[in-house]
Ligand binder design. Structure first.
Ligand code: F6P
Length: 523
C-alpha cells in the first residue's frame, strides 16, 4: 500500500485542515501545555509545546509509526541489519559509542582497537609524547576532509572550544578553493604541524588535491620525505591509497564501510575533536550520544525524543505543507550546527524513491538552513516574520553557558525565546506594514550546558530523528547517489577549461567555459 493511502496517513490528512484553522497562540492557552509537550533526555530539554500538535494528532502519528513497524526498524539499526539497503550495509554509528557488551560482535573488537588508538594518539600529541621529526612538539593541526569527513569534527571542535587545549590550533580545510589551504598553513612552522587527511574513500577530489598541496608545502620546507611519518596521518577505509600517498599504515586510522560519512564524527574521523578536548573529552562525547541511543532504543513512543522530533517534522512537512526548516542555535559556538544538520538531513533524506524503487509519493526532507542567533535576527529573520514563505524552526539554547548570569548571556537567551514567541504570536497592527502574522511552529531545545556529553546527545538526537523519518518515508537514509552526477560532469568541463574544445556541451555550459577562458591571462 502506498504511504499516502495508509489509514493513519489518511486520518492525519483529515486532521490537518482543522489544525490550521486554530490560531497557534490558542494552542498554548492550556496551563499544562508545556508539561505535556516538553520532554527530557539526559541534559537536554526538548519543548514541542509551540508545535501545532495535540494528543489526537500525536496518537495518530504513533499509529503511522506502528504501520511502518518502527520499533523493528530501530532494532535493525542497532543490531547491524543492512539498513543501508541499496549498498547492502549496516549503519553502525551507534555501535561506535555503545558499551562494549552492546556492540554487534563482528565489529566490537575493531571499534575497541581503533578507539583506543585514536585516543592514545590524541593524548600523545597533546602531551608531547608524539613529536615532529625534529623533536619539536606539535602545536598546529591542519585537518583536510570534506562533507562528513569535515562538518562534524569542525562543529565539535568549535562547540567545545572552552574545553580544548589552548596549546593546539586546529584549522580545517575542506573546499578545493586554493585560498583555504593557503590560509590554513600561512605562518605555520612545518616542524610543529600535523596534517590529518580524513577521507573514507581517499579518492574525493577536493581532499586529494588539498592533501597533495599540503604534502608539497611540507616537503618543500622540510625536504626529508621520511619526516612525513611524524606529520601526516590518515583516517580512511582505503589504506592502500593512503600508503600510495605516503602515509605509513601505522599512521592510518581505519574508517569502516558500516559508518556513513555524515554519521562518522564518533569514529576516527573525530580525531581532531580528541586532539582538541583529549581522550577523556572525546569519551564523554561518545557517552552523551550513548545516553540518547539507550533512550531511543527503549523509550516508548510517547516519550521517545528523537521519534517525537521526527514526527513533528513529518506533521509539518507532509500534512501542514511546510517545506523549510530553519536551525537557529543561540550560541556562537554552535554556529556550524546548521551546516552539519544540512548535510545530515538533506544528504540522508533528500530522496525520491522508496525501498522498492517506486516514487515515494509524498515530500521527503525539507530544505534545511539557518544561522546563529542573534546575528540572523539582523539579516534573514525579517523574511521569517513578514515574508510569504512558511517554515518551522528549531531553536537551540544553552541554559548555563560560560557566561551564565551575565547580561550578555541573558540577552542571548531572551532573544532566542522572544524569537520563538514572535514566530508563534506575531503582532496585529492597523498598519499592514507593521503587522507580523506569526503562526510558525517551532521547537526549542535547551541544553543544560555545552559540554562534550551534551553535544554528543544533541547530535545523536538529530541522527535518530533523521533515521525515523527515513523509515516513515521508506527511503534509504544512508546512501547519496545524487552527489555523483556533479562529480562526473565536472571532469570534461575541467578539461575544457584547460583548453580542450568544449564539444558536446549545451549552449550555456559552452558559453560559460568559453567566456571564462577568454578572461584567462595570456601565457
Ligand atoms: O560527495 C558526498 C560525500 O560522499 C559525502 O557523503 C561524504 O561525507 C563526503 O563526500 C566525503 O567523502 P570521503 O570521506 O570519502 O572523502
Amino acid at each position: 500500500m502506498s504511504l499516502n493511502n495508509s489509514p493513519a496517513w489518511k486520518r492525519l490528512t483529515r486532521l490537518a485542515a482543522p489544525s490550521i484553522e486554530t490560531r497557534l497562540p490558542e494552542w498554548l492557552t492550556t496551563t499544562d501545555r508545556f508539561e505535556r509537550f516538553s520532554f527530557r533526555v539526559g541534559h537536554l530539554l526538548v519543548d514541542l509545546s509551540k508545535q501545532r500538535i495535540n494528543q489526537e494528532i500525536l496518537d495518530t502519528l504513533f499509529e503511522l509509526t506502528a504501520e511502518r513497524d518502527i520499533q523493528a526498524r530501530i532494532n535493525d539499526l542497532f543490531s547491524g541489519s543492512p539498513v543501508n539497503f541499496t549498498e547492502g550495509r549496516p549503519a553502525l554509528h551507534a555501535a561506535l559509542r555503545a558499551p562494549r557488551s552492546d556492540r554487534p560482535a563482528r565489529v566490537a573488537q575493531d571499534i575497541e582497537e581503533t578507539t583506543h588508538r585514536i585516543l592514545g594518539f590524541a593524548d600523545a600529541v597533546r602531551s608531547g609524547g608524539w613529536c615532529g621529526h625534529s623533536g619539536k612538539t606539535l602545536t598546529n593541526i591542519v585537518h583536510i576532509g570534506i562533507g562528513g569527513s569535515h562538518l562534524g569534527p569542525e562543529l565539535a571542535v568549535q562547540a567545545l572550544q572552552s574545553a580544548a587545549s589552548p596549546r593546539l590550533t586546529i584549522n580545517f580545510v575542506a573546499n578545493v578553493d586554493d585560498g583555504v589551504l593557503q590560509n590554513a598553513v600561512a605562518g605555520l612552522d612545518p616542524d610543529r604541524t600535523l596534517f590529518v587527511i580524513a577521507s573514507k574513500s581517499f579518492t574525493t577530489l577536493e581532499t586529494r588535491l588539498n592533501a597533495e598541496r599540503a604534502r608539497s608545502w611540507f616537503l618543500e620546507r622540510v625536504n626529508v620525505s621520511e619526516a612525513m611519518a611524524r606529520h601526516f596521518v590518515a583516517v580512511t577505509a582505503n589504506v592502500e591509497a593512503a600508503a600510495e600517498f605516503g602515509i605509513p599504515a601505522t599512521n592510518v586510522y581505519p574508517l569502516r564501510d558500516w559508518v556513513g560519512g555524515r554519521y562518522s564524527v564518533w569514529s576516527a574521523v573525530g580525531l581532531p575533536v580528541a586532539l582538541a578536548v583529549g581522550g577523556q573529552g572525546f569519551s564523554e562525547l561518545l557517552a552523551g550520544a550513548q545516553t540518547v541511543d539507550a533512550h531511543f532504543a527503549s523509550a516508548p513512543a510517547p516519550e521517545n525524543v528523537p521519534l517525537l522530533l521526527a514526527l513533528a517534522g513529518i506533521w509539518n512537512n507532509n500534512f501542514l505543507g511546510v517545506a523549510n526548516h530553519v536551525i537557529l542555535p543561540y550560541s556562537d559556538r554552535l554556529k556550524l550546527l546548521p551546516s552539519f544538520l544540512q548535510q545530515l538531513e538533506m544528504e540522508s533524506n533528500g530522496k525520491h524513491v522508496n525501498h522498492a524503487g517506486d516514487d515515494v509519493g509524498v515530500h521527503t526532507a525539507p530544505i534545511i538552513w539557518g544561522g546563529e542567533g542573534t546575528n540572523g535576527q539582523h539579516a534573514f529573520h525579517q523574511l521569517l516574520h513578514q515574508g510569504t514563505r512558511s517554515f518551522t524552526a528549531d531553536f537551540v539554547l544553552i541554559a548555563n553557558s560560560q557566561a551564565a548570569g551575565t547580561d550578555h548571556d541573558r540577552w542571548l537567551l531572551a532573544n532566542g525565546i522572544a524569537q520563538s514567541q514572535a514566530m508563534m504570536s506575531g503582532q496585529t497592527d492597523p498598519d499592514p506594514h507593521r503587522e507580523v502574522t506569526g503562526e510558525h511552529a517551532t521547537t526549542t531545545i535547551v541544553m543544560d550546558s555545552l559540554t562534550p556529553h551534551s553535544l554528543g546527545a544533541l547530535l545523536a538526537i538529530y541522527e535518530h530523528k533523521v533515521f525515523c523519518q527515513g523509515v516513515i518515508w521508506d527511503i534509504n537514509s544512508f546512501d547519496q547517489y545524487g552527489v555523483e552526477l556533479g562529480k562526473r560532469l565536472a571532469r570534461p568541463i575541467f578539461d575544457q577549461l584547460a583548453g580542450r574544445p568544449a564539444l558536446g556541451q549545451d549552449a550555456s555550459t559552452r558559453g560559460l567555459i568559453e567566456s571564462i577562458r577568454k578572461g584567462e591571462p595570456n601565457d
